[in-house]
Every structure is written in C-alpha cells, then in structure tokens.
Write a protein that binds this ligand. Structure first.
Ligand code: PEP
Ligand code: MG
Length: 886
C-alpha cells in the first residue's frame, strides 16, 4: 500500500485518501497553478495510527523518499543551517472541518537554521518571528502546552517595550521570546523543544493525526454528521511566507459571494501576515479588491486563476493564497461553502452560463438548504427597537435572544431553554459548543471568512461578524455600542444575518419569501432571483421524482397548506388529534360507559364531529388520496394524570366526586407499565366495540356527503399497529360491512382502500401474509424504529443518545434518519414480500423519516410510491425525491 503521494501524483477525486486539501492541492498542481511543492500522507495512515497507536510499517521509508525528492526539487534540505527548507504540516480531512484540527508552520527552524533563514531573507526580525511562531504552535499543538502561557510571554515583552502591537517587536525582542518560549516548553513539557528538524516534522504529523479526536473536532463531526472513523490526511508543504514585508501578505478569496451568490471578487487580504491570521480574525483585513491597488500584478494573476478554477471545478471555489515578495502562491482551494440562498442562485447562474445542466443544478442544492430558506426573517418595520450597529452579513436568517459572552454561558442558558446570542470579539474553535447552543453569533472583528462566519454558515446559523463599532468586554460580560449604549448579559438583542444589522430589543419576525412563494402569495416574477432559482430547481425535481410526496395532516387548514406546498394527498391523518380539546370529554364518557347504551351514546356524540372533520379534509384534498388512520394511542392518554387524580380523590376523602372516583377506577384499570406496547392501535379496535366502526362510518358518510356536493373524495382507511394478518382481517371485515351499509343507505358508492401500517417487526416479517388482506402498506417508521431497536421513542433521546452519538454507535439518531441496516432492512423485506403477494401494492412511509433527506433517498431506492411528512417539510421532500431520482 502507498501511504504518501506527491502533489504531482494526486487529483481532486482522491479525497477519501488525500483529504480535501491534499486532493485539491494535487489538482491545482496538475493544472499548472503555482502551488508550493509538497506531499500528502494519506488518511489511511492516520486510521492505522489511530487504531493501533503506531505508524504503519513502511510509512517512514516513504516519507524519507518524498522528503528527499522535495529537498532536491527545492535545492535545500529540511532545516539546513545556511538555507533551511521549512515546511508546514497541515491537517486535511475528506470533509472540511474549519479550524477543528491542527497545523504547524515553519517546521525545520532551530537555533542554527534561524540564522540561515535570516541571512537568506535578509531579515533578522522575520527569521526570529518565524522561529518563535514555530515554538509557540508546536508547544501548543504537539506538546499540549496551554497557549495562554506563550501569549502571556508575548504580552510581557510588549509591555516592557511599551507597545500593544506585535508589529513593534524587534528582532531582539523576538529572540528574547524564543528563549522564554523554550523555558516554558522545558517547564511545562518536561523536555527540551526538539531542535532536530526531522523529529519536529514527525511529531507534528502525529499531532495532526491525534487532533482528529480533539473534543472540538468530535463535536463538529457530530454537528455536521461527518463519520467518526475517516481520519485525516496530513499535508507537508514547503513554506512560503506572507510575512516578509509589505510586498507580502496572505488572503482568502471566493469566486462568488458565498453569502448571496453574486458574481465578483470576494475575500479578505492581510498585508505582511502569515498563515491563519486571516481566518482567525485576529487582525482586521482589507477587502480583496484593495489588492488591485496594493499589488496589481498579483491581483490580476489571482483573478485569472480564480476564473480557471471556476471553469475547471464548474462551481464556486474558495481559495487561500499567499504572496511572498510579490510572488503569488496557491495554498488551498475547494468547492466553497455557501449559504442556502447562494447555493440556489449559483446553481442557476452556472446553469445559465452553460457550465452545468438542470440535473447537476438540482444535485448542487439540498433539502436542508431549502429548509433553511424557509426560516422566518425580521419584518421590515421595527417599532420601538433600536438599531445599534451594522456588521457584516455573514450567515443569513434572523435571531433573537439574550446576549451572552462566553461559550459556557451560552450552553448553560440554552440548556435551561433560553434563547441566546453568543457575542464575542472573535470566535475560535473552542467556542464551538456555544455556537451550537446559540440562536445566533455576533462578533466585533473578522471578515466574512473569519472562523465565526465560516462555521456559522456551515451550521446554517445566523451570524453577523466584524461589527467593529462594538466594544466587547468578555470578562465584564457586556458590550458598548455607539451612542453610549451598553448591553449586558441577559439583555435581548436581535441580529439580522442577511443585512448585518444589530438591534437592541426583540424584532418581530415574518415568513420567508420562499414560504410565501410556496403559499402562492408571491409570484416568481415578484420574488426576485432567489425565488426564481428555487422555482426552477423545484420544477425540475418534480419532473424527475419517482416518489410522490404526501402530507401528515389532520385538519383542513394543514391539509390546504400542504396542498399549496405541493402535497399529492395525505399519507397520515392521525384521528386521535381530533379528540383533543373540548372533545376529550366525549372520549372520557366513552371510556367510562358502563353498558352498551352508554358506550353507543358516547360514540353517537363523537361521530358527527369526526364526519365534519373528514369532510373538511376531503374538500381541501379534493381529487387526491387521503389516508385516515383509525385511532391509535392508548386510551389513558385521554384521561387525567393518575397521580394528580389519586391525590385529588384522596384529599377529598368521603367528599370525593362520584365521577372522579369512576375516573380513577378507569385510570387504574387502563394503567399500563408499557403503554406503547399495550392496548393501542388495532388492539383497541378489537377490544372496544364500536370504536373503529364509528370512525369508518364517519369516513364513509363524509365521503358520501362530499360526493353529493360534487366533490371527489378519495379515502383510504389505515389500521395501525398490526402484527398479524388475523388482526387486520377482523377489522377489515367489520369496516367492509360498514362501508357496504353506508353505500346502501346513501345510495352513493365511494370506494375506499383498506390498508395497514407496518410498524412492528412481525408485520414486516410476515408482510406476504398481511398483503393478502391489505390494499396498501404505510411504514410507520417511528414505531418500527422503536420496536426494532427496543428504544422508547419518548425517552431515549434525552436519556442516553448523546452518549451513543459520542461513542459513534450511530452518527445520527435513528428516529431522525432511517437506520438503513436494521429498520431499513425490515422495510425492504416487507416491500418485496408485500409486492410479491399483491403486485402493485401501494407503499408509503409516514413516520418522521418521510421528511428527512437521507431517508427520502432510501425510500426512493426501495421503490416506495410516496413519502408523507409534515406540511412544512413537503418542499424539502419534493426536492429530495427529485434529487434521489437523478
Ligand atoms: C409511526 O409510528 O411511524 C407513525 C407514523 O405513527 P405514530 O407516530 O402516530 O405512532
Ligand atoms: Mg405509530
């Protein structure tokens, strides 16, 4: 096996092996772009290291060979004392994890080679600055020394010099810092800073491997659903320096605006700076367009390269570059992260440019991005709330919450259910937990490519960055804004990630234009380019989709909205939702009835209510199928809480209400240890006479009434929680009898399919038999997940899922994304055996997974006819159904 690839050997498709950075460095090298020479150690080597705790056999030899090649290409040796080759050691996983893992720059410097570097560069100060940066980065990253100790030493020296700017430090000061840093290393790590260049490099490589499992990297992967076991590649790249004076610098560029998708030159540039200074947001950058004035030749070359990259990747790219004494070097490129709105706009721009086709445009956007565009935003009118400043619109959306100033406080308050905005001068990877917990992020420094901006965009979290008028005092827990305004922890602020505006107080929010478009309130003409882009992609997705998308809805309003959002019918109407509110009383009477007459009276009272509900839904879904599920939950859910009622009756003693006593008796009778596995679903229909019958009659009569009114009702009757065909047969026969009776009495024949949910493993495994009695299946994957894993769906997520996610037992909750291997296998078996027994059997899914992108793809693969999800997820499911078919 080959563990090391020279940049000339790889290409952009080798991301699994070389990581995103390594693969794209290779691609750029092969395009003839100016990439400093280097090589990549594969993620496979990292996986071996993480698994076995040692480097794989043969790696050292391979590294030796590639290093020797690099040295001969550069005409100097690593750490050579009169003219050292210096390298950077950078992480680079398959999926970008900005700032989550480690990087060490200037590897190869030591007490001798620092002089060589000074002589070659003709700059003492630069050489000593590079050396102290190496010890600082190496100490922190490789030797696990608290970074504040180094920062403290820098502050001490600056104070002694009477300056607060790193730039004022002289070569002598920096030399002194090198000495101080070495002492810190000795005291903290119990060993000397390693001066052997090769040892530096090897230790840095291992540190990068180890950083795969740094807590913040683990948290980030969980957030972004990146698999835990990929490992990272390591790139060893000859150093170029952006800190060699004013004719040097470093920057980040986007080939289009990552926030809006607008075409043009976007990015930040920092003169005389090295490495991560730009991304870290430590110093304020200038707009990239300024580079034209600073160094026109480099600017022109950069613009030319950006065009080459866009045309080559056929997508928006982001770029890291360095200029060393007027020579431009490319340090990284990748297909750039972008906001949801930019994704749709860019896809359609590239389509219009002829770079991609409609299928590719649909591939370039995701259901999650569409979901983000459906978030509400601030209303235009903001009465009684004060705009206090404007920063950069780094990640769109609207967020309102209490200001907090540390990641810890954000997490603490969020856990108490409070909504918070994390306010920082700038963020760094240690703030990740706070960013996850917060509704939005506000920073006073750093550009659109700062850590805060990049990470927030990735998470779809609202972010305003670089609000420079704000003076943030993290220790004091407050910030000041122009006009003498002070905002303290707990004060409510509102941030607009689309405009960059920051308000004191709570700004009301409104629906997104995309929602108004789906609602039919905004035409594609009036909606602007984003609405147009969404419209074009959706049209194509609908044309491509094999799956239909239905709605989970149980009232006429939701049904009507679902239809406007493009639902092809209702896949799940949960009838128990019609028994809430005032009607709970009637259900109570049904349960308490002491004889047939009492029970019948209660059912007779419920029936007209059910009937009118169904009529409203049939009307909203006229001409489309409406799957009505007969009552499913355990009946005790309709009765008062057992503890409260017991206390009430006990306290009242002899005075206790007779009804309360009867209620308590019923509650005790119906009490179950495991209600989810108890008297519910089809079992209710078999045990409580007349209950299912009443519902079926209400459906049939509602359908007849609609037909009489000229409508086209299409009812489908669905029996829940079936485990054996015999259960279904019994209920089906009763239902058929009632349908026939209503046909007879009304003189109207409305055909109604009778089918079942598949939500128990036994049902899935005996699907062939069940299909003999069912005209359709709908997979209830909420219960099917619950019963397959043996996870109580109401308890486990809070109880222990975070631990399971941490341990990598699964990357995402199986209640959120369908577990293909287990639950999915049952779905496959049931679909295949069901269709074998009854060709053309209609198959759908109505668990929460019906609106989850990955699960929609699975349903497409299995060949279901439709997915059903909540009304607001319908556009997402439509888009993903189309994408799954492409
Ligand atoms: C299911 O179990 O997936 C389902 C849709 O039914 P409910 O969520 O109502 O139990
Ligand atoms: Mg269920």
């Amino acid at each position: 096996r080959k563990f090391v690839y020279d940049f000339t050997e790889g290409n952009k498709d080798l991301k699994d092996l070389l990581g995103g950075k390594g693969a794209n460095l290779a691609e750029m090298t092969n395009l003839g772009l100016p990439v400093p020479p280097g090589f990549t150690i594969t993620a496979e080597a990292c996986r071996h290291y993480l698994e076995h705790g040692n480097l794989p056999d043969g790696l050292a030899d391979e590294v030796n060979r590639h290093l020797a090649d690099l040295e001969s290409a550069m005409g100097k040796k690593l750490g050579q004392s009169d003219d050292p080759l210096l390298v950077s050691v950078r992480s680079g996983a398959k999926f970008s994890m900005p700032g989550m893992m480690e990087t060490v720059l200037n590897v190869g410097l030591n007490d001798e080679s620092v002089h060589g570097l000074a002589a070659q560069a003709g700059d003492e100060r630069f050489a000593w600055d590079s050396y102290r940066r190496l010890i600082q980065m190496f100490g922190k990253t490789v030797m696990d020394i608290d970074g504040d100790l180094f920062e403290g030493a820098v502050e001490d020296v600056k104070r002694a010099r009477g300056s607060d700017d790193d730039g004022d430090l002289t070569a002598g000061d920096l030399r002194e810092l090198v000495d101080r840093f070495k002492v810190i290393v000795r005291e903290e790590a119990g060993r000397e800073f390693p001066t052997d260049p090769r040892e530096q490099m090897d230790l840095a490589v291992e540190a990068v491997f180890d950083s795969w499992n740094a807590p913040r990297a683990i948290l980030y992967r969980r957030q972004e659903r990146i698999p835990v076991d990929l490992g990272t590649a390591v790139n060893i790249c000859s150093m170029v320096f952006g800190n060699m004076g004013l004719d040097s610098g470093t920057g980040v560029a986007f080939t289009r605006d990552p926030a809006t998708g607008q075409q043009g030159i976007y990015g930040d540039y920092l003169q005389n700076a090295q490495g991560e200074d730009v991304v870290a947001g430590i110093r304020n950058t200038v707009a990239l367009t300024e580079l034209e004035r600073i160094d026109k030749a480099s600017y022109d070359r950069l613009v030319e390269i950006m065009e080459t990259l866009e045309n080559h990747y056929r997508d928006m790219c982001d770029i890291e570059f360095t200029i060393e004494r007027g020579k431009l070097w490319m340090l990284q490129t990748r297909v750039g992260k972008r906001t949801a709105g930019a994704a749709f706009r860019i896809a359609c721009q590239l389509l219009d440019q002829g770079l991609i086709d409609l299928d590719e445009a649909a591939r370039r956007v995701t259901g999650d991005q569409l979901a983000q565009l459906m978030f509400p935003r601030f209303t235009d009118r903001v009465d009684g709330v004060q705009k206090i400043t404007k920063g950069m619109n780094a990640s769109p959306g609207a967020a309102v919450g209490k200001a907090v100033f540390t990641s810890e406080r954000a997490v603490e308050l969020a856990e108490r259910g409070e909504e918070v905005i994390l306010v920082r001068r700038e963020t760094n990877p240690d703030d990740l937990a706070g960013m996850v917990a917060a509704k939005g992020v506000l920073t006073s420094r750093g550009g659109k490519t700062s850590h805060a901006a990049v990470v927030a965009r990735g998470m779809g979290k609202t972010c305003v960055c670089g609000a420079e008028e704000l003076d943030v005092d993290v220790k004091g827990g407050s910030f000041t804004a122009p006009g003498g305004i002070t905002v303290r922890e707990g004060d409510v602020i509102s941030i607009d990630g689309s405009s960059g505006e920051v308000y004191l107080g709570e700004v009301p929010v409104e629906d997104s234009p995309i929602v108004r478009y789906f609602e039919g309130q905004l035409s594609t003409e009036d909606g602007g380019d984003l609405v147009k882009a969404v419209h074009r992609v959706m049209e194509h997705a609908d044309a491509r989709a094999a799956l239909k998308v239905r709605a989970n809805a149980d009232n006429p309003e939701d049904s009507a909205r679902a239809r406007r959002f493009g639902a092809a019918g209702i896949g799940l109407c949960r009838t128990e939702h019609m028994f809430l509110g005032d009607r709970r009383q009637l259900v109570e009477e049904l349960i308490l009835a002491e004889d047939d007459d009492g029970r019948q009276a209660a059912l007779d009272a419920l029936e007209p209510l059910q009937k009118s509900d169904f009529e409203g839904i049939f009307e909203a879904m006229d001409g489309l199928p409406v799957t009505i599920r007969l009552i499913d939950p355990p009946l005790h859910e309709f009765l008062p809480d057992i503890t409260e009622l017991s206390v009430r009756v006990a306290l009242a003693g002899d005075e206790a209400d007779a009804k309360d006593r009867r209620l308590l008796e019923a509650v005790n009778r119906l009490h179950e240890q495991n209600p989810m596995l108890g008297l519910r679903g089809v079992r209710l229909g078999l045990v409580i006479p007349g209950l299912f019958g009443m519902q079926v009659r209400a459906i049939a009569e509602a359908a007849a009434a609609r037909r009489r009114a000229g409508g086209d009702p299409r009812p489908e009757i669905m029996i829940p929680l079936v485990g054996a065909v015999q259960e279904l047969e019994a209920v089906r026969d009763e239902a058929r009898g009632i349908l026939a009776a209503v046909r007879e009495s009304s003189g109207i024949d409305v055909p109604a399919l009778i089918g079942t949910m598949i939500e128990l493993p036994r049902a899935a495994l005996t699907a062939g038999q069940i299909a003999e009695a069912a005209e359709f299946f709908s997979f209830g994957t909420n219960d099917l997940t619950q019963t397959t894993w043996g996870f109580s769906r109401d308890d486990v997520e809070a109880a222990f899922f975070s631990r399971y996610l941490e341990l990598g037992i699964f990357g995402v909750s199986p209640f959120e994304t369908l577990d293909r291997e287990g639950v999915g296998r049952l779905v496959r078996i049931a679909a295949e055996e069901g269709r074998r027994a009854r060709p053309g059997l209609k198959l759908g899914i109505c668990g929460e997974h019906g609106g989850d992108p990955d699960s929609v793809h699975f349903c497409h693969e299995v060949g279901l006819d439709y997915v059903s999800c909540s009304p607001f997820r319908i556009p997402v499911a439509r888009l993903e159904a189309g994408r799954a078919a492409i």
